[in-house]
Design a protein around this ligand. Structure first.
Ligand SMILES: CC(C)(COP(=O)(O)OP(=O)(O)OC[C@H]1O[C@@H](n2cnc3c(N)ncnc32)[C@H](O)[C@@H]1OP(=O)(O)O)[C@@H](O)C(=O)NCCC(=O)NCCS
Length: 189
């Protein structure tokens, strides 16, 4: 007969395993980021997420690239760095958890391990940034104790309205017209 303890163990959620990122994780991490950092939700994250973020950080900061697994399945990642500039500080560049495993403490475990590693490296502060509209992330980091919020302004310039853009279009149109006239004048036969 199963005891209460056995039943509790059977029903308990599978633990989150945190390990170092390995070469075979590069593609899964990149593709999970593609799913999570969507243009409609977080345009800045979308614009800056690419293959180089994953391969670059794995190359320069492998000890700060961590993978979370649940039941042997890839559940999430954290990619970061430690910077020494007047003081030593950690920086979480990217954090992502597969939708199937969200709200199960995966990010919590990833960030805890990241924090341990950065403290071990001599860091005394840890920085993150994210879109203010990214409520899950803002709530997550606030709950983890991050504070001292500083807003950052993003601006853009519509280059299609720039005078140089107009001149370039005129120039290219002129080239097309010249070529067309040349062909038109060419004698037949
Ligand atoms: C933000 C993110 C990493 C959180 O991962 P997670 O594994 O689900 O987080 P956890 O389970 O460890 O959550 C811990 C706490 O964070 C907060 N939180 C997480 N997701 C939340 C959500 N969707 N809405 C509100 N609060 C949320 C809650 O306080 C939560 O505690 P609770 O479950 O007891 O309420 C995940 O939602 C994600 O991958 N988002 C898309 C990528 C992204 O925005 N990354 C951050 C910027 S790089």
């Amino acid at each position: 007969m199963a005891s209460d303890t056995d039943t509790e163990t059977e029903n308990a959620p599978a633990p989150v395993l945190i390990r170092d990122m390995a070469i075979d994780d590069l593609a899964p991490v990149f593709h999970l980021g593609e799913q999570l950092f969507q243009n409609e939700l977080y345009p800045t994250l979308y614009r800056t997420w690419d293959e180089w973020e994953v391969t670059g950080l794995y190359n320069t900061d492998p000890e700060y690239c961590l993978i979370a697994e649940i039941d042997g399945e890839f559940a999430g990642f954290v990619l970061g760095t430690v910077i020494e500039k007047q003081m030593t500080y950690g920086y979480i560049n990217w954090l992502g958890v597969d939708h199937r495993f969200q709200r199960r403490g995966v990010a919590d475990s990833l960030v805890d391990r990241f924090v341990e590693r950065t403290i071990h490296q001599g860091a005394r502060s840890l920085f993150i940034d994210t879109d203010p509209a990214n409520e899950p992330a803002v709530k997550f980091f606030t709950r983890k104790g991050f504070d001292n919020v500083r807003r950052h302004v993003y601006m853009s310039l519509d280059l299609a309205q720039h005078p140089y853009f107009g001149r370039l279009i005129d120039y290219e149109q002129d080239q097309v017209d010249r070529t067309a006239r040349k062909h038109h004048r060419r004698p037949k036969g």
